[in-house]
Design a protein around this ligand. Structure first.
Ligand code: DAH
Length: 344
């Protein structure tokens, strides 16, 4: 028995030398020290020995057991260290590797232009006023001096809803009335706002026209506001937007809600007025409709037109965005094609 014990002892120590990972360490533990391990079984059989051998054997067996547990613990520590080192080596961080770029979102080109407009107008004292996309016929047309069968309605083909007289706004101009009602305090307060937002028209979609596009409306109401204020203010905007040397052209025009009304052109900022494909060799690009607020419209907004006057304008920022980036087709704007959007 004692010989058996000694040979188990040296065998197990030798086996432990070959253990290099936690898996084989666990197997070794089961084989020698586990419940049915060979050393455990030897220890347990002490009782079967003749009495005079029992004490001697038992003493040695306990010694062997303790020695093996110590050897096991030392090996366990070594294996853990080795495995950690291996782990670190395999999963090593190479801090010199270039980083992986995260795809970053960007602002839609129209949003970029709208923000630029808002910034310039803000510098000139115009607050942003947000009006609604879904309007009534009353606000979109009637209060703006378009009576029910007025021919000027023809220029703004309208999306109707199933609700009678509820439509998608065809222009941001109804926001003028809403701003006057909300900010005017019954026609007692001056107003200086821009009203950016989407407008909707029931039109054939082509490379130059869409069923939705942005407008930036402007409205100033006060005492003694004149046509010269309108011209000077828009000229200042154009300078900040297109550069100090830009020239403007004002053409008489008609809008039911202005009197007088005019269209505003800038000298083509691509060819400097020489004539090019973008301005269709005219040298000028239309940037806005505008005019003095019609007395009926002032009245509909709660203002007395004998005391108050105002100017208004409506700009189409998509046109400017197309020119700036050389975008040839307006359908790209709402087409949601990432290949297009990622360029901005
Ligand atoms: N609402 C007009 C349109 O959509 C644009 C416009 C013209 C707005 C003259 C104005 C203005 O405020 O004074 O065609």
């Amino acid at each position: 028995m004692l010989n058996q014990l000694e040979s188990q002892y040296s065998e197990s120590l030798a086996a432990l030398e070959n253990v290099t990972d936690s898996e084989s360490l666990h197997a070794w533990e089961i084989k020698y020290l586990g419940k049915k391990g060979s050393v455990t079984l030897l220890l347990r059989s002490t009782g079967q020995l003749p009495a005079e051998e029992r004490a001697n054997f038992g003493k040695r067996a306990n010694e062997v057991k303790n020695l093996l547990f110590e050897a096991y613990a030392a090996r366990e520590k070594l294996v853990a260290e080795q495995e950690l080192a291996l782990d670190l080596e395999e999963g090593a961080l190479d801090v010199t590797l270039p980083g992986r770029e995260r795809p970053a979102g960007g602002l839609h080109p129209s949003t970029q232009t709208l923000r630029q407009y808002a910034e310039i107008w803000a510098e000139m004292g115009f607050q942003v006023y947000r009006s609604r996309d879904v309007e009534t016929d009353e606000y979109n047309f009637q209060l703006l001096n378009f009576p029910p069968h007025h021919p000027a309605r023809d220029m703004q083909d309208t999306f109707h809803t199933t609700e009678p007289n509820v439509i998608l706004r065809t222009q941001t101009s109804p926001g003028q009335i809403r701003a006057m009602h909300e900010l005017g305090e019954n026609g007692t307060q001056p107003i200086r706002v821009i009203l950016p937002g989407m407008v909707y028209r029931y039109e054939q979609i082509t490379s130059r026209s869409e069923v939705q596009f942005n407008q930036v409306e402007g409205l100033a109401i006060g005492h003694n506001i004149r046509m010269s204020d309108l011209k000077g203010t828009v000229t200042e905007f154009a300078k900040r937007m297109y550069g100090d040397n830009v020239r403007l052209r004002f053409r008489a025009s008609y809008f039911p809600f202005t009197e007088p009304g005019m269209e505003i052109d800038v000298e083509c900022f691509l060819c400097g007025g020489e004539g090019c494909r973008v301005c269709k060799y005219a040298g000028w690009l239309e940037i806005a409709g505008s005019g003095m607020v019609h007395p009926n419209v002032l009245r509909n907004g709660g203002y007395d037109p004998t005391i108050w006057s105002g100017f208004a304008f409506g700009m189409g920022p998509e046109r400017a965005t197309m020119l700036k980036h050389g975008i040839r087709d307006i359908r790209y704007f709402w087409g949601n094609d990432l290949r297009f959007l990622e360029q901005f």
